[in-house]
Design a protein. Structure first.
Lengths: 449, 449
């Protein structure tokens, strides 16, 4: 293997997890990474906290710099290099050095596509105005920070009430801006059921965010090239800064153009070992397809945890080992000031789409023993299959200590547990940590026959 | 069923969970509860926090008073009544009204023994001095509080470094006392492996507790009937207050005297439905045996969670339903000031006793993303079977947010997961809650082949 050349396209979580794993397994292997941006291995998830001022410098979000990869791992990490074309039959990629403008064909023995995902940013009237930002790369996070330092915006509009929208709303509230949020759905957090999403909507209002629900983005107003307003189908909101958090889309144009088959939401179809349909071409991370362990269907989710896992699996296989990525249960967590939000498994809508029948229970309890200082509310919603009682999903909204309980549900889901088995679990209890029945068990008890 | 008379001995977690369950299923059933103390359904686990001054009154620890049981649940809860004798063949118990001194035989159709456990308090020279306390009933907690109000002790010695010892040490430190702790083991927290126990010993020292490890209690010194010192096999420690936390022992003398077979550590042997060997006699809670799902052996543990679960199972069966208590994995959690401690499954010693071979990994990581404010250290130790990779146990010591992660391990253990399956789990990640790889997964990764 040692004489073979591995090219990795994309130098963030998946690509660099794979590259580092290959290096550990094979000290001699030639590994070249092409990364369009100036950064490698940064925490995209940390950017809202950078903008919130909770983190003092963008460098703190970088786990490992290109220099570190080159010097410590002997990985030829070339930032500022964009791959323009992929030729699977010729086993080569066409790469441009963005600074110098030069372009070369680079041969590979094995290729890993780890091109990630990009923020969805629809082209609308005024969408080229300055002050409108998506948030997907560290560079975009730094741009927002620089814009804020320069323009001192006072009114911000966040478009989209998903994770990025929530976290950016918190960040801008912390920075003292007046924040409005526009969401086309009935409630924010469309990955929760609307009844639980309503609790998150309440939480946003509680921290001072003005919500405009069931409103759609139509365009922007601007003056002298700077954004001045967000136009919805119902009103115009004044804005000095706009964050567009409408989700992400896998960066797979390169793969698609080379004939590599795509799957869910345009992500690259892969085997459990992370191999694409093209010989010697692998894919991992936000650009690659995943599998949903509860719906038993192909699934796509752009998350750092999944990218790290898929990258590690690809790295093991690329170095002659054997590993598979079994899939996900759709776990996610977020925070908006003091409020915590988490979900795993399927929502009611997703369950109905599968044609399953289900029962649901929602209980409000406490994060600690009721008498213990700092006990806060926690609302847990569980969904379980009718008849079998098999857990299908869980959602949590609450105060400090609430959200991480989702991991018990994610583990129970993965194991195929029933609500009875959840009730029977020997979970930890002491007054500073939990009521005697953990809140997830209190909800499960409501679903017992 | 409605005409039958259910007698419950013991009015705390197990007894009252059962009684309440029976009442919900059968509104007509005659239910009599005899409780020796003045209290029902209180949180024994909350007493250290009462003594710490974190909770303003003992009443806050009472979930449901005898009056509430009588009035709201129509349960004849008789506090101040001690059962002296049990006659299974005659289906009756001899009960004394502690206030009046009168004694009667009370017939039952079904009996539930829920007599709990008592603090182990060896009779030693000076052990009858005032100022020496165990901690098992709410009454004992109130006595400590009254003693402290009256005597204003300045130097406290805690004997025993288990959960109660730890939590009482925190309580007394919070109250401004000079606290010493005597433990006969190599480290405190003998339910952890010594290497993890050492972290807890360090934590205790850090919060100002003076530790005397590998020292045994020999007796007490006193003056005018008041304790003045604790004598160990190596020294005498001055003390105005002594807390004896040497564990608990099931209260099963009554059952044993009536010929009901006992099991592990003198707890009452029960079926999975919580039935004893005597006809129509059931047992639940700290006095009853449990089953360890990992060692596959009978087990005894005195914990509120187990008592509630066993009580509920007994209640379902006592009202004509069908339920079983599958067992425990030995999960426990505790807190000493800012330090959190948790364990589940088997320790190295317990694994060796079963003749299993195992691997172990201990990793130190962070409770949140490293760059996120408030990220604290967390040390996770995992134990897994050689060959199969099956998880056998886990231990956690760390700062805020560390301990409740034990629940993921408890769930994975119950499901029989391997370390690979633990690594593959879709656990939640966002910078305020976790690094990308949750600390339990970081430890599991070290155990992969």
């Amino acid at each position: 293997m040692s004489t073979q050349r591995l090219i990795v396209i994309g130098g963030d979580a998946a690509g660099m997890s794979a590259a580092a794993k290959v290096r550990r397994e094979d000290p001699q292997r030639e590994i070249v990474v092409f990364e369009r941006s100036p950064h490698t291995s940064y925490s995209a998830c940390g950017m809202p906290y950078l903008i919130a001022g909770l983190i003092d410098s963008p460098e703190r979000l970088v786990a490992r710099s290109p220099e570190k990869f080159r010097e410590k791992f002997n990985i030829d990490a070339r930032t500022g290099h964009e791959v323009l074309e992929l030729d699977p039959s010729g086993q080569r990629v066409r790469v441009t050095n963005l600074e110098q403008g030069s372009t070369t064909w680079e041969p590979y023995d094995q290729l890993l596509i780890a091109t990630g995902a990009a923020a969805i940013s629809p082209t609308l009237p005024g969408s080229d105005s300055e002050g409108i930002f998506g948030l997907s790369t560290l560079a975009s996070g730094i741009q927002i920070q620089q814009f804020m330092d320069r323009q001192l915006p006072r009114r911000a509009v966040v478009v989209g009430g998903g994770y990025i929208g929530l976290e950016m709303a918190e960040a801008l509230v912390r920075q003292g801006l007046q924040v409005s949020l526009v969401e086309k759905g009935e409630q924010v957090m469309g990955t929760l059921d609307p009844d639980m999403g309503a609790l998150v909507s309440d939480a946003l209002r509680e921290v001072g965010v003005t919500l405009y629900l069931q409103e759609s983005l139509v365009g922007y107003e601007s003056a002298n090239g700077l954004v001045t307003g967000v136009v919805t189908d119902q009103r115009t909101l004044q804005a000095d800064l706009v964050i567009v958090g409408l989700g992400t889309r896998p960066n797979t144009a390169l793969a698609a153009a080379s004939g590599i088959p795509l799957g869910e939401k345009g992500s690259i179809r892969v085997t459990p070992r992370m191999q694409t349909a093209a010989v010697n071409v692998w894919a991992a991370g936000d650009c690659a397809e995943s599998f949903h362990l509860i719906s038993r269907r192909p699934f796509h989710i752009a998350l750092g945890t999944v990218a790290n896992k898929q990258g590690t699996v690809a790295g093991i296989n690329l170095s002659g080992g054997y590993a598979t990525f079994p899939g996900v249960v759709g776990t996610a967590v977020s925070k908006i000031c003091k409020y915590e939000v988490a979900r795993t498994g399927l929502t009611e809508r997703e369950i109905r789409e599968l044609g399953l029948l289900y029962n649901t229970a929602t209980t409000k309890s406490k994060t600690r023993a009721g008498y213990y200082p700092g006990a806060g509310w926690i609302t847990v919603k569980l969904l379980a299959e009718q008849g079998s009682g098999r857990l299908l999903g869980g959602q949590i909204v609450g105060l400090e200590g609430a959200a991480k309980r989702i991991d018990v549900l994610a583990t129970a889901l993965t194991a195929g547990m029933t609500v009875q088995q959840l009730v029977d679990l020997d979970l930890s209890y002491a007054p500073p940590f939990s009521p005697v029945w953990d809140p997830v068990q209190t909800a499960a008890r409501q679903l017992l026959p």
